[in-house]
Design a protein around this ligand. Structure first.
Ligand SMILES: Nc1nc2c([nH]c(=O)n2[C@H]2C[C@H](O)[C@@H](COP(=O)(O)OP(=O)(O)OP(=O)(O)O)O2)c(=O)[nH]1
Length: 313
């Protein structure tokens, strides 16, 4: 079955995005969707987006305002699609359903995964995730960890933080996790715990659990509910495929470049990262030797953003 290249538009106006309902008779009919449609032969994805947005909603979008969000390959059984998702906040005009479909400006927190086609889960996931994922760096004791975390958060809190301390005893890690939860919540950051799914069961207020590869490889299915985030550390395409089997909400992939925390480790480089991101059916954070200065490069490679220690710790 040939893959259909679909241009999908996330159109923002203030804090709302434009949502349409697919016609009942269409493929995935009756479900909600982002405006978009097939990329016609000879068209770039940008041209397809500008055309589809105008045809379906009456809005005008400047080509240069479109920014990549994520690319999702999905097999519906009766149809294989590559959803090429871009966003803009520069659309002008009054939105109307030009093809008879109802359209509505909705807040992100109003959108529920199951109202959309299955492939949209990753799109909504990407929109809900930030472009910076801060990982905690070296410290010795839980007390020192809490002090260092408070300092780091004060100098620029990443919206999503991973508490990484594989050298702590399980009890000490949980003690620190409870403190970290309070610190992060006061700083407006969400906290991910690192380790086995059991750590999340012990501190269920955390946003989710991030599995190191050595934990992920032991699992055959998603170990936590959909109300929590599941992340996996991946280093190559086989690991990305396994993370997909576990239905991970996002992954980190790297090291992209040499990094002080893992000296001598083999690096992927940006071109190889971009190739593997293409295959990943979930948002990917580029990890290893990257910081906010690499955000444009990371986004151009199709990833969600950057993850790292050295830039904030
Ligand atoms: N526009 C859009 N399509 C989506 C989304 N999510 C998703 O899985 N799709 C799928 C459903 C369709 O199989 C395909 C888009 O097809 P389309 O909307 O252009 O339909 P079309 O009329 O050109 O296609 P067809 O009926 O000629 O086959 O992508 C989404 O959020 N927006």
């Amino acid at each position: 079955m040939k893959e259909v290249h679909v241009a999908v538009a996330v159109i923002w106006r203030d804090d709302r995005l434009l949502i349409a309902r697919r016609p009942e008779h269409a493929h995935q009919g009756g479900l909600l969707e982002f405006p978009g449609g097939k990329v016609e032969p000879g068209e770039t994805v940008g041209q397809a987006l500008v055309r589809e947005i105008a045809e379906e909603t009456g809005l005008a979008v400047p080509l240069g305002s479109l920014q990549p969000v994520i690319g999702i390959r999905h097999d519906y059984g009766d149809k294989r699609v590559f959803l090429d998702v871009w966003q803009t906040s520069a659309a002008t005009g009054v939105a109307e359903g030009r093809e008879g479909q109802p359209v509505r400006w909705m807040r992100l927190d109003e959108l529920r995964d199951h109202d959309f086609p299955a492939a949209n889960r990753a799109i909504l996931g990407a929109l809900r995730l930030p472009d910076r994922y801060g990982i905690t760096g070296p410290f010795r004791t839980p007390a020192e960890g809490a002090t260092r975390l408070a300092q780091a958060l004060a100098t620029g809190a990443p919206p999503l933080v991973l508490l990484r301390a594989p050298w702590l005893e399980p009890g000490a890690y949980l003690e620190l996790a409870r403190q970290a939860l309070e610190l992060c919540s006061a700083a407006g950051s969400r906290l991910m715990l690192q380790g086995s799914p059991a750590v999340l069961a012990s501190v269920p207020e955390a946003a989710g659990v991030h599995l190191p590869w050595r934990e992920a490889v032991q699992l055959a299915e998603r170990p936590v509910g959909r109300d929590k985030l599941l992340a996996v550390s991946c280093h190559n395409r086989d690991e990305v495929a396994h993370a997909a089997t576990l239905a991970a909400d996002f992954i980190t992939l790297g090291p992209v470049q040499p990094t002080p925390s893992h000296p001598g480790a083999a690096t992927l480089g940006w071109p190889s990262l971009a190739e593997q991101v293409q295959l990943a059916p979930m948002p990917v954070f580029a990890l290893g030797g990257v910081g906010p200065g690499d955000l444009l490069k990371a986004r151009a490679a199709g990833s969600q953003g950057i993850a790292g220690i050295s830039y904030w710790w």
